[in-house]
Design a binder for this molecule. Structure first.
Ligand code: NAI
Ligand code: AKG
Length: 524
């Protein structure tokens, strides 16, 4: 049974996939209400009220996935989640339209003083001259951050005959042309726009993007909107430019600290606000809840997620295709890690044949996770494997080759240690399964699973028989045995598989034979 904690207000109807799943036990409680049970949850679902800190992650020892029912993940410590192998997902599409519509509504309200007019009439005033507005028609709108919401807003603005200028360092000129917008530098956008609205995520680059210095470059009388994240427009700077009359008005849905209390912006009549309502529609809340509910269930049941922040996103089809190879590389990594008993500096993997056309980054992550699992005592998976490898100073890389050695696919891994190099090659044979076909330059053929002994010895008559007899005398049944050598009378290897773990004492007694060079136990 999977334990799922829904810590924020998320649409019940949207959570139906999880509520109806027979293998899920769903709890709707705030984190503070279940302090004693935090270590039991497999999944955590949040909106923006819960901040997923490193401290919370430490308490949630069993946590495998954090889902944000919405776009912005700035309330989740992604680095700390990744470090712990916790997948972070979001629902990036479900609230785009609602947020674009809300921004448009805020823009129209701002330039026509609708909130102020409403308050005035309800105060029994009739002061029409105080609320003379401005048309949107033929005005220049500057959109900073031209992703999903920014581009939906642009469509609506164009329908109102506005000229749309955008600033987005990640947007290509051809895409801007295709979407019919004018791509500018930030400075040029600031200089030309009558109304500026921000739609970037909150990152270290966008925090305070509009500040005292950049806002000074705007037109006198400019209007500003922030329906993305508090802090993208620096609040102190905005208050300053409102105070001196340079900024004519602002519409703010999001604040640096929510709810805002002593925020200077709340003191201005020309600032209109909403309490982070961009995504607050029935439709958006149903969409995002459904999106994360399906994704969390899929993930818990071992399937790919559709929108992950710290894992490559794979379709079900691609996931199914790569699965045999991720299992194979996990095993190859585990064999390597146990055979190569020394610190490693570099892991290099070469893909050839059908596997080379797949999502090899993901397959390499599985390899690293198989390798590292046997070296460190914390949980390693595809989410944190590359980060842990980097932390430990292990470099890794991928190559594609066309040498399939007669197989449909080949994965060769070479590990460089301080004193030596070790290699392993595997393949996945349809309807037959994974095979290791070469180990440390010895051709061999074994199924990487279970309890194994890897024995290096001199190639001479009687060695195989002696090992078999010694094990037989100890009542140990050999399940399979594969042998390999490079040349007659030289070094040779045996790979034995067993139905149970082989004890240290047995290995020590086998090592007494003079022909045996090394024996390595491998547990898969
Ligand atoms: N008020 C609300 O209730 C809601 C707020 N949001 C906020 O809106 C933001 C945008 O959402 P989407 O459009 O869905 O995201 P998106 O990821 O589709 O678009 C973000 C755009 O910002 C651009 N960008 C990134 N760094 C930039 C920089 N330094 N300067 C200029 N542009 C930059 C990206 O290239 C991208 O095109 C979210 O990150 C979230 O914080 C989202 C939904 C609801
Ligand atoms: O959950 C909400 O209502 C806020 C939505 C939001 O800010 C987001 O999706 O980034």
């Amino acid at each position: 049974m999977y334990e799922v904690l829904v810590a924020d207000s998320i649409s019940n109807e949207g959570l139906a996939p999880l509520l109806e799943a027979s293998n899920v036990n769903l709890t709707r409680k705030k984190v503070t209400e279940v302090e004693d049970l935090l270590h039991t949850y497999d999944a955590l679902l949040v909106r923006s009220a819960t901040t997923v800190t490193e401290d919370l992650l430490d308490k949630m020892k069993n946590l495998k996935i954090v889902a944000r029912a919405g776009v912005g993940v700035d309330n989740i410590d992604i680095e700390a989640s990744t470090k712990r192998g916790v997948v972070v997902i979001n629902a990036p599409n479900g609230n785009t339209i609602s947020t674009a519509e809300h921004t448009f509504a805020m823009m129209a309200s701002l330039v026509r003083h609708i909130p102020q007019g409403n308050i005035s009439v309800k105060s029994r005033e009739w002061n029409r001259s105080a609320f003379v507005g401005t048309e949107l028609n033929r005005k220049h709108l500057g959109i900073v951050g031209f992703g999903r919401i920014g581009s939906e807003l642009a469509k609506r603005a164009k329908a109102f005959n506005m000229t749309v200028h955008v600033y987005d360092p990640f947007l290509t000129t051809s895409r801007a042309e295709k979407l019919g917008v004018d791509l500018l530098s930030l400075d040029d956008l600031l200089a030309v726009a009558d109304i500026i609205t921000v739609h970037t995520p909150l990152t270290k680059d966008t925090k305070g993007l509009l500040n005292r210095e950049t806002l000074a470059k705007t037109k006198k009388g400019v209007y500003l909107l922030n329906c993305a994240r508090g802090g993208i427009i620096d609040e102190e700077a905005l208050a300053y430019y409102l105070e001196i009359g340079h900024v004519q008005g602002a519409a703010i849905d999001v604040f640096e600290v929510e709810p805002p209390t002593d925020n200077p912006l709340l003191n201005f009549d020309q600032v209109i606000t909403t309490p982070h309502l961009g995504a607050s529609t029935k439709e958006a809340q149903l969409n995002v809840a459904e999106d994360v509910a399906y994704d969390v269930l899929r993930f818990l049941e071992g399937n790919p997620v559709s929108s992950s922040i710290n894992l490559p996103t794979l379709s079900k089809d691609v996931f199914e295709k790569i699965q045999p190879f991720t299992s194979l590389t996990k095993q190859l990594g585990a064999v390597l890690s146990q055979c190569m008993k020394e610190p490693v500096q570099d892991i290099s993997v070469t893909y050839a044949g059908t596997v080379a056309d797949l999502e090899t980054t993901y397959i390499t992550r599985s390899l690293l996770s198989g390798f590292l699992t046997h070296r460190i005592d914390r949980s390693v998976n595809e989410v944190n494997a590359s980060m842990i490898a980097k932390e430990r100073g292990i470099t890794f890389g991928e190559k594609i080759s066309d040498n399939t050695q007669g197989y449909a696919n080949i994965i060769e891994v070479v590990v460089k240690g301080e004193s030596r190099t070790f290699s392993i090659t595997g393949t996945y044979i349809k309807d037959y399964g994974p095979r290791v076909i070469n180990i440390d330059s010895f051709d061999i053929d074994f199924y990487p699973e279970g309890h194994l002994l890897y024995i290096r010895h001199t190639d001479q008559p009687g060695v195989i028989g002696n090992v078999g007899k010694a094990l037989g005398d100890l009542d140990i049944n050999i399940a399979t045995m594969q042998v390999g050598r490079k040349q007659k009378g030289g070094e040779a290897i045996m790979m034995l598989t067993f139905d149970r773990l082989i004890e240290d004492a047995t290995i020590e007694s086998l090592k007494q034979a003079s022909e045996i060079v090394t024996i390595q136990r491998i547990e898969l």
